[in-house]
Design a protein around this ligand. Structure first.
Ligand code: 6GU
Length: 237
């Protein structure tokens, strides 16, 4: 899968692309990430990419020309969907990631601080995606979220142990995970749930399912009550 990224801040991606699963996906050639600074397509003598908003509104607007020319160059060999990251987009879900992960190529468009000229959104953008109802300084973090999400869905990227098929939201399961424990069996006086050391696999499976169901119910239907858990309980030590 080829992922082109149009951003004014390509340096934001360097640590991300060099680490963990995404780095392995690149090394295995499951994904290829190509960063393009669309400022380099500006025909302005000062390489300016933004200007005042018509109508006298506050703030600058990213001009259509550099983005259009960058997209024209990127799609000279063939079309690809252009995803623009904006809080006004549809909320990113696992099924959106699964849809795009199956395509040979996508182009990710990141704005920064300011809105894009509407004509680019109308004429060149095929999808608009948001992370949620809050405001970030630009689309770069959202596009890294997207890249991470599609990279781990590519064949051969995750090991069996990391398998994506048991992910919380895969297959439209829409369920959160269950509590996990590892050694030691007792830590700070707290034991792991007894069922997990019982060796009874049917019981363990039933426990995990029940836990996942109740977690999903409380987190999704009573968000206010599940938001805060208080400070670290360090006094015990
Ligand atoms: Cl995709 N972009 C920006 N700038 N802010 C956001 C977002 C995207 N999703 C949530 N907040």
């Amino acid at each position: 899968m080829q992922i082109d990224v149009l951003s004014l801040f390509p340096e934001m991606f360097s640590g991300f692309l060099a680490s963990s699963i995404v780095a392995r996906a690149i090394e295995k050639e499951a994904i290829d990430v190509i960063l393009t600074d669309f400022r380099s397509y500006s025909t302005n003598k000062h390489r300016k990419v933004d200007d005042y908003a018509y109508g006298g509104f506050a703030g600058l607007v990213l001009q259509a020309q550099p983005i259009w020319d960058a997209l024209k160059a990127l799609t000279a060999q063939g079309p690809a969907p252009v995803i623009y990251f904006t809080p006004q987009g549809r909320k990113l879900t696992q099924s959106i990631l699964e849809h795009y992960a199956a395509l040979p190529r996508v182009i990710l468009l990141c704005g920064h601080y300011k809105e894009l000229d509407q004509r680019i959104r109308d004429m060149a953008v095929s999808d608009e995606v948001s992370l949620g109802d809050y405001v970030l300084s630009g689309g770069e973090l959202a596009s890294m979220v997207f890249i991470d999400g599609v990279a781990r869905l590519q064949a051969g990227v995750l090991t069996d142990a990391q398998s994506a098929s048991s992910d919380s939201f895969s297959d439209g399961k829409d369920s959160l995970g269950f509590p996990c424990y590892t050694r030691p069996e007792e830590w700070m006086g707290v034991k792991v749930p007894q069922v997990l050391t019982s060796g009874d696999h049917a019981q363990i499976e039933a426990w995990a399912q029940a836990q996942a169901q109740s977690l999903t119910r409380t987190r999704k239907t009573n968000e206010a009550a599940s938001k805060l858990k208080g400070p670290m309980r360090l006094s015990k030590s």
